[in-house]
Design a protein around this ligand. Structure first.
Ligand code: FE2
Length: 299
């Protein structure tokens, strides 16, 4: 049983967390946001540089531990934006050298999947929906494998593009959620608008749906609340209709966060995976590492 420090820095969020024995002792983060337009990698990296020390202090304080109590560091090695990943890598190296502890490099996407275990779900089918990715994933023969995915844009980009079109800035998800809640409060979804979902075998396509939403928004015939309500996912209802159990971790573990990195790092470490001493210096970022590149040897 070790105290693990997690570091997350793949994209807009810089996060630091402390995990011990599968329990999250702290999980703090700060996200780079923009009023309009998308993410600028160098700007996001600058943001990470500015907030890292404060977040580190905050994570230790909330976990009620001292710096010297840290026994292992888990960091997000990839995939992600190179300038952002480098901030995390350098911060990890600085701390590992100072504290003389071992390190576990964690794949960010695999961490999004592994944290699902915190719900008590055993060997689930996972819906992975982040910025550019929308995938149905399950573990099979040593790897997390993609069984179905979007054929064009990811659901996060889909939501952000519509939000930008409707003048909501970035990230669009929380604002869409807020508007959808308003529509639900108003008439319990009575104004649900039929939208053209395209499912092809195990895959889906979203660009037709996006075009349709943009047209409906521009037509002025529909309220933005009703459109927001109608575009949200129906994963829970679909599970109920098919007799499947539905698990969802709390929101702070669904967004990019360092707790999932520390949580996964601890599982890997318990199965003997670690990098120590001079080997740590050789570690590099893996901006393009795919989920199914990772050999899941800890299962
Ligand atoms: Fe992510």
């Amino acid at each position: 049983m070790v105290i693990v420090l997690g570091i997350e820095s793949t994209a807009h969020t810089f996060g630091v967390a402390v995990v011990k024995n599968g329990k999250i002792l702290s999980n703090v983060r700060d996200a780079y946001t923009t009023e309009k337009g998308g993410i600028i990698p160098m700007e996001a990296a600058k943001h990470h540089e500015t907030v890292k020390s404060v977040l580190y202090e905050k994570a230790l304080e909330e976990a009620k531990i001292k710096e010297k109590d840290i026994e292992l560091i888990a960091f997000s090695q990839g995939p992600g934006l190179a300038p952002c990943l480098l901030q995390g890598l350098n911060f990890m190296k600085e701390l590992a050298m100072k504290l003389k502890v071992s390190v576990v490099p964690v794949n960010h996407c695999v961490a999004h999947l592994e944290i699902g275990k915190i719900t008590g779900a055993k060997d689930p089918v996972l819906l992975y929906a982040s910025g550019a990715n929308t995938q149905v994933i399950a573990y099979a023969s040593g790897k997390y494998r993609v069984f179905g995915e979007t054929l064009d844009i990811g659901i996060g980009n889909f939501i952000d593009t519509f939000a930008r079109e409707a003048g909501m800035g970035f990230p669009g998800g929380p604002k869409i959620q807020e508007l959808a809640e308003k529509a639900k409060e108003k008439d319990n979804g009575a104004n649900y608008i039929e939208l053209p979902y395209s499912v092809k075998g195990m895959d889906i396509a979203l660009s037709g749906l996006l075009t349709n939403l943009k047209q409906k928004f521009k037509s002025g015939k529909y309220t933005v609340e009703d459109l927001a309500f109608s575009l949200q996912e129906m994963a829970k209802i679909m599970c109920e209709e098919r007799g499947a159990r539905f698990f969802v971790p709390e929101n702070s573990l669904l967004v990019d966060n360092a707790a999932m990195i520390a949580f996964t790092g601890e599982i890997m470490f318990n199965k003997g995976i670690k990098v120590s001493g001079k080997e740590i210096e050789k570690l590099d970022i893996l901006p393009r590492q795919r989920t199914d590149d990772v050999i899941v040897s800890w299962k």
